[in-house]
Design a protein around this ligand. Sequence first.
Ligand SMILES: NC(=O)CC[C@H](N)C(=O)O
Length: 374
Amino acid sequence: MKAILALADGRVFHGRAFGAGGEITGEVVFNTSMTGYQEILTDPSYCGEIVTMTYPQIGNYGINVEDVESARPFLSAFVVKEVCEFPSNWRSKMSLDAYLRENGVIGIQGIDTRALVRHIRDKGAQTGIVSSIDLDPESLVEKARRAPSIVGRDLVREVTCQTSYPWSEGPWQLGKGYTSPDQAPRYKVVAYDFGIKRNILRKLVASGCDVTVVPAETPAEEVLAMNPDGVFLSNGPGDPAPIVYAQENIRKLLGKTPIFGICLGHQLLSLALGGKTYKLKFGHRGGNQPVLRGEDQRVEITSQNHGFAVDAASIHDAAIQTHTNLNDNTVEGIEHKLLPAFSVQYHPEASPGPHDAAYLFEKFTRMMDKAKKQ
Ligand SMILES: NC(=O)CC[C@H](N)C(=O)O
């Protein structure tokens, strides 16, 4: 079945539908990870986005029930050069095509993804449409132009949990699956769910945390009443600027409890400190983004997925810039000058990606130890 991907600036790509058929708009972005498509599909931060994989063949190791970052896929559509029809892996339970069909996600393959990515790099990430229903390029470009931009929209409300819940599952181990630590937890952590990835929760558990996940709009007073040793601010989709309720809650939590933020959590902490965010030309999405750690000038290879960034000059009064992206010098991490609060733009939990930055979970627990003693 034919399908078309059309961009708001008029560029059109012809391909074939896979997964579920249909029509959907979203911000067209690309991810350069060679593996980890299952984690990418289920990362709620991709809500509202049409994700293109630059690796030419996707689906080789199928879909298993374990490598998911949330309960279902959240992205708008999935764009690939070629879908592997005969996956081979001992953990695989179904093909990528069947998985997308089952979850109602529109896929398009046969796209010249190199040309698409070069176009996005030159012209910038923008709104697009994928359709297997309407095959008229002109009409699709018009629909893409009329579709809502990702800027200024609150997508967190679409992905956050409705009620709070405890989390006790730890990281996956070969032969054992997901495990729970033998030792009793030492820290009580409340994690704001702005679209949280499960591997962050697993890493917190592995670091000795007893985690309670709360909805994005939970008031700071309610969180403090739970007597946490620390508060975690999760990753999540879209533009951080309109998520004003979260910024207000973070402001109330600052100085009352140690705070650790990842990705959207980092952007929200920065905004709460009086900083500014802006949309990057085409974002960072992949598993090999080089980041410089200012403290000791070491380079970490990191997993990333973001389209917005914190303006460096805007946070210098309140915080120090701890990490910098070596590709484009953008802010990758900050730490409050006086209070126990820090955050990173990248993903130390990886999933998918390298584990160079896993030390940040220990940094959080050390911060909680210090606060407990005071
Ligand atoms: N992974 C994330 O938390 C992404 C943050 C934000 N939605 C951005 O695109 O910049």
